[in-house]
Every structure is written in structure tokens, then in C-alpha cells.
Design a protein around this ligand. Sequence first.
Ligand code: C2E
Ligand code: MG
Ligand code: MG
Length: 720
Amino acid sequence: MAKPSDTEDWDERKDRIIGLGERSFRKSYYPQLRENLDRLERFRTLLDRTTDCVVLVALPEGTISDANAALGILVGEPTDALIGRPFVSLGLGDAADVLETLRRETGDKAESGDIPAHSDVTEFHRDGGSIWLDLSYRLAVLDGRNYGVIVGRDVTERKLAQEMADALLAEKEALLDNALVGIAMARQRKIVSCNRRFEEIFGYPPGGLIGKSSRVLYASDEDFKALGAEAYACMNLGRNYSATHLMARADGSTFWGELAGRSIDPARPDEGSIWIFSDITERKQAEDRAEFLSYHDALTGLPNQSLLKDRLQQAVAFSHSTGTKLALMVIDLDRFKTINDFLGHNAGDRLLVEVAGRLSRHMRSTDTLSRQGGDEFNLLLTNLAEPDAIVTFLGELMEGVQEPFRVEGQELTVSASVGIAIYPEDGVDFETLLKKADMAMYQAKDAGRNAYRFFNQEMNEDAVEQITMHAGLWRALEAGQFVLYFQPLFEIPSGRLIGAEALIRWNHPDLGLVSPGRFIPVAEESGLIVQIGDWVLQEACREAMKWRGAGHPELVVAVNLSAVQFKRGDIEQSIARALEETGLDPEHLELELTESILIRDSENVLSSVKQLKHMGIKLSIDDFGTGYSSLSYLKRFEVDKLKIDQTFVRDLMDNTEDAAIVRAIVQMAHSLGLRTIAEGVESQRVLDVLRGYGCDEVQGFHCGRPMPADAFMEFIAGRR
Ligand code: C2E
Ligand code: MG
Ligand code: MG
């Protein structure tokens, strides 16, 4: 249709539009008509200028009643040529469906006036290419006739852009979901998005983590808070954060994760952060295992030599500060090679594992048993107050190893050769101690195996002695090799002899007179002290009766008791029997107990002591000041006397601290109504000081050495 120009005169236009028919109109209609025509033309222009195609299709025929210029341009034909043509002939992909929908609505919907609008994206083929049209259409009723008003907008570009975006998104998603690491985005510690792998690592179904607080990824509130504080402090500075951390799965199980986080914009933390995550449990286990193996023996799981060395160095530092000793042992199985060759390596390995178990049975938690390989073990004993204790330990260890093993249905007996080096005597570093222990072990092998040797010759002798002693003590009792010595006790102010302490000696056929300090611990360990103690009691009471007979009924005999006598023996009965059999008055028997006896197992000891006190026997605390020095038990046990330990008395003159202790003990004892006796007095000057302190009694070389029974009788007689 020709375009009207604004300058054209109305008369010309009128002629062109309505032509000769003008005369059939009444002049009075003209203004109205002119206005209508103007409007019509404006619409036409509007329609023809829009880029969207607008088509009016007559229904139900489906022919094009009218269309705008854009349709002609789309189809590539003059618009006028399209009028009257079937709509479907245009080649629009969904034309048939569109018509079908509209036709359906011409019936019921047109009448009800409830006419819905539709919209579809349809493909239009042209020149071998595709144009995508967004078709919106609805039914219209004009002059009682049904029409479809169809508007098509070219959305090809939008559609292509969308397709490209979709493809890109799908690609990204595939990339993320198939990544081997978990990736998540968090905002304010909430998971806003994550890939599938992330959900899998934590054991959640697809989408199961979205919107959740990242707290669910941690085993505890503390973990969550601590890691968050650390991570965000780092990321807010624009740095990447990375860590290895224990994480929690949906089912509550934990695993080791490696995580790396980064802020999207450090200046605006609210934008969120991106996290990359992997499950490193397997790697961690492998690392832990490797770490373990680098310090342990793979077969037995025991520490290897590098760990042993480490432990020894630590123990040396500790021993140095506490003044204790260490023992490093080399334990080599005897003839292990034969067993290995005979039974095969598997059985050999099994045996080594069994031996390791057997050896560790004797250890304390601070000791270290190690194996570097082969049939050689090392054992580090720490915190030894007295190296003598090792001898007992070694005895048990050797016996333990010799008990038969059952390996693969076979009964096997093995023995070991052991070499021992002592810190600090034999060396102060690992290499030296190990070398010396090794040399000692070879000596043990030379001695015929199944033996132990100390590197230090003196200690070898001590050990031999301890063992000989152990065997000899049994015989000593029967053979009457024990003797009692008596050391006089005096009252200080008067200088009066008040009694004697009975001190045992062992008259050994080879060793000569052995002091109690050497054999009492062995006797205590074997329990033989109970029998020896009974003998001492009998003998001491008998001797005291002799003093009576010689005209000294006032003299008291003091007898030392061991803790073992309270634990294993029936001490009340032993004492009652001794008194009964000898006829000694209980008042003339004094028992010396150490503080440790009263502290340990005090309920049983208390009842025994109560009975003894009830019998009228006196009680004194020996070596007072070296133990717990707790005042509470002094009252509970109704103690009569405190025997101040000689270590304080000996240096009284030179050591002001010792002097202060002795003085305090005397004062305290007096305020509790107890007597005091100082032992180890070796000079007149010490005696004078003690007198000054108000100490009641005294014992020591200065006043009289321990002496055999006969000598003591003479001593009494001499004093008269
Ligand atoms: P203890 O009961 O404290 O005995 C005192 C020890 O000090 C005795 O040593 C004695 O000879 C010694 N001594 C006395 N005065 C002096 C002195 O002035 N200077 C020095 N340097 N030493 C002095 P001994 O006879 O060798 O006895 C040692 C320990 O053996 C006793 O210490 C006691 O605990 C224990 N003992 C002795 N006889 C027996 C006993 O029959 N049974 C039990 N269970 N233990 C006993
Ligand atoms: Mg004593
Ligand atoms: Mg003492």
C-alpha cells in the first residue's frame, strides 16, 4: 500500500481513497469519515513499521485475511500477494498446531469470552537457514467472525545466544562434575553451590548440601570455628588458604581432607569464597604408615633403632637432671639361625614376633624395646635409681624368654645372650652405650650363651654376688650364718645406757661379714625376710633376757622390721611367740618401723600396730625425715619415738639446713609428746649440739659401735 505524505492535500487523498463513491456519502458524514480514515491509516503505518510480523487469519478456513509489511519481508513476497493464501503455506514450523489451537477455541472459548493468549517459539525455514520466531497468538472476534491474530517476532539471535549460553553452561557443569576434586562456593559459611564430586566426598545426594551451613562438613563446633577463623583471616587478606583437616561425612564418619579456599573478592567478603576439596584419607594413611615404618620395625611393630636412639637421648637428658641411671641392653637370641634354617623363615618370623611380645611383658611404660632387624633386640630401661634393680629384672627376663613358645604347631625353646651398658658409667651417648652393650653381649655368648653380662666389670661382680646371695640366704638360715650385733643407745641428759639396737650381719663363708644393706633387699625380694625377721626377733629377745640376768632389767632391745614382714607374715604372732618363748616383758621390746611401712597399705598395718601397742610394745620411726614425714600418722599409730636419720645428724656441724631440720624435728616431736633419738652421732661436738636442742637419746659410733652379743655383755659390765 502506498504511503501517504503529510503535505498531501485532503481532497487529493479523498479522491484516491474513495474515488467516485464520494457522492453516495452525505456531506455531513465527511468529518467523521475523515477522522476514521486517518486513524485507519495511522494503524496501517504503525503495523507496517513494526519489525514483528502481524497476521490476521480467518477461522476456521485458516486463510490469511491481512498481514503487515514485516510478514512480506520475512517470506520474501509482497504482502498483498499473501492475502487469501492458507496460513500453513507460509512454511512456519508450527503453523498447523497454531491453527488447530485457535480453531479449538473458536467454539466454547469464543462464546464464553475467555480467550487465552498463547506463545511458542517456532522455526521458519528460509534459504536453507533457520529463523526462529516467537509466535504469540490469540483468538479475536470481529463482526461476529473468528480470526486468529498472530504476531511473530524474530528471536533467532536471542535463541542462538541462549543456545550458546546453555552449551557453555553444560560444558562447565560437565567440567565441574567430572573434576576429581570437590568444588564449592560458600557465602557466609553457607554452601551456595557445589559440584557433584563435592557431594560425593561428603556422602550427600545431588543438591543435598545446597543451602546448608558448612558446619556439617566438620566433626565438631570447635573444628568449624577454629578452621573458619584461620581461613577467613587469611582469605580476607587476599591470600589463598590451604590446610589438611579432619572432616565429617553425612553419616558422621570422619576422614582427612585437603582443602584450599579463596575469596571471590577479598574486599567484599560477602561475595563469597570458592573451595577446592579432596579426600586424602588414603594418602594420609600411606604417609602415616611410611612415617611409622621409618621409625618402626615392619615385622614386630616395635620401634627401630632410630626411634630408640631418639628415646635414649631424651632419657639421657631426663636422667642427667634427676641423677638416675639408664640401662641399654642388647638381647641376641641364641642359635636363632639354626631355627630359621630348620623351620623356615615364616616360622622364624613368627618366633621373633612372639619373643618381642614376651620381652615387652617385663617392661614399664617408660622403657623401650626395639628391633632393627635380625634376631637382635635392644631394650632401654629408664629412670633406674639403683642399677641393682636390673639384676632382678634380668632374671625375670631370661626366665621369660626360656619358657617354651608354640610356633606353627611346634614347641620351641630359645635362650638369649644379653649385654648391658649403663648410663652414665659406661657412656653418655647412644653410639658408645650401644657399642659397649654389644661387646658385653659377645662376652655373654662367649660365656656359653643364655647369660647376661654388664660391660662394667664391677657390675658383673655385683650381679654375681646378688645371685649367689639369693641362693646362699636360704642356706644361711639353716647353717646359722646370721649373727646379731648390738649398738648401745643412751639417754642424753643423764648419759645413761638405756638399751641397744639389734643389727643383723651375715657371716658368709667366702665373703666374710656381710652388712644388712647388701642382703636385706635380696631377702625382701625373695620373701625370706619373714623367716629371717622371726629369727632376729627370737634372738634379740633372748639376748635382752640375758641382760636382765646380768642385772640390767631396764635395758630395751630395739628390732628393725621390714615392710614385707607386715605384708607376708603374721607379725603380731611372730612377736607374741618371741616374747612368750623368751619370757621378755613387752615393755622391753622396741620396734623400728620406717615411714614407708606406715604409709603403704596403712589400714592393715594400723590394725597390726594397734595390737602390738596394746601388748605394751614401744614403737619408733626409723630414718625419720627421709620419707614422707607426715605428722598425721604419728598420732594414728601412737608412735613413741622418732629416730632422726643419720644423714641429718652427720653434717649437723657444717650444714645449717640439716641443723634446722634436726631442731625442728625435736621441737615438733616434743610438742606431740614423742621422744627423739639421733642416730649416727660420730663426735662429741654433735652430741653437744643435740643436747642443746633437747634431743632425748643418742646412738652412734661416738657412743658405741655395733658389737657382737658377747662384746655387748662386756660393755654393760664395763660400764658398771
Ligand atoms: P638402721 O636401722 O638405720 O641402722 C642403723 C645403721 O647405722 C646401722 O647400719 C649402724 O651400724 C649404722 N650406724 C650406727 N651408728 C653409726 C654412726 O655413727 N656412723 C655411721 N656411719 N653409721 C652408723 P647397719 O647395721 O649396716 O644396718 C643398716 C640397715 O639395715 C639398718 O638401718 C636397718 O634398716 C637394716 N637392718 C639391720 N638389721 C636388720 C634386721 O634385723 N631386720 C631388718 N629388717 N633390717 C635390718
Ligand atoms: Mg634401725
Ligand atoms: Mg636408721
